[in-house]
Design a protein around this ligand. Sequence first.
Ligand SMILES: [Zn+2]
Length: 129
Amino acid sequence: MTITDTDSDTCAAASDRPCLPYWQDKPCPPWCRMAHRDEDELEDRGHQGSAVRLTLTMEEALVDRDPTPVVEPSDLVVYTVQKFREQEPHLLLMRDEKPCARLTLDEGRRFAEILADAVRQAERQPAAR
Ligand SMILES: [Zn+2]
């Protein structure tokens, strides 16, 4: 009789394949910062990169006055995300902890170009007389 150890703590030692939860069919992409487990809920099954946060100084801050005032500057956060079974990652933009846009990688690249062009135009100095 052969007994196969299926305990997830020993699966890496038993093969060349890294330990993965049963629902994950391939290793994480290099940008993923999540720890995945067999017991992850369906909506939590996916890869997520580190948050890239930008404080928005021209926007109204969030103020909680009870019991003592706490000021949270408004912010924009970008995550790289790839949900379970999606073919490629996308960018998730969050404004004050609420999702505000999802961009494909092509859309993200184009948006970055549009912003860079707008900044260059805004910084253009008038011609000297
Ligand atoms: Zn992952």
